[in-house]
Design a protein. Structure first.
Length: 139
């Protein structure tokens, strides 16, 4: 190989390393992708890798964006589900809890529950693998 070819190869590798470094520095990551695209795969990756029960509301919003606060109807549904499946909601649901929904596609959202500005009833293991929601049409 000539010196010019070697120099060109070095330049290409340098650009690749710089690009990879910038991705890490600028946060062009799964969190940024989720905030732009609101897709389930990204949300699950962030939830599984970066969130834990007890994390602050500020941390979750910093990673995923503001989300959408639950309506009264959604809060009621969550409290009914909690009563039917208490093992899935060890902290229960109270009136003062803040419930925020994050979309994973056009029709489905995942809720995160906060009490005293802390994430509760959250288990990262539930986000280890994304499964596309299935929809059943009513007859």
């Amino acid at each position: 190989m000539s010196k010019r070819e070697i120099s060109s190869i070095r330049w290409v590798f340098s650009c690749m390393i710089l690009s990879a470094s910038l991705v890490g520095i600028t946060g062009c990551s799964t969190t940024a992708h989720y905030r732009r695209c609101h897709d389930g795969k990204s949300l699950y990756k962030v939830a599984y890798r970066q969130l834990q029960n007890g994390d602050s509301y500020e941390k979750v919003v910093g990673l995923l964006g503001p989300g959408t606060p639950a309506t009264e109807r959604q809060r009621h549904v969550k409290s009914v589900v909690t009563r039917k499946h208490p093992e899935s909601y060890p902290d229960g649901v109270t009136e003062r809890d803040v419930i925020i929904f994050y979309p994973i596609d056009r029709l489905t959202s995942i809720d995160f529950q906060f009490r005293d500005e802390r994430l509760i009833n959250f288990d990262p293991k539930n986000f280890s693998e994304f499964r596309k929601p299935t929809y059943i049409k009513a007859p």
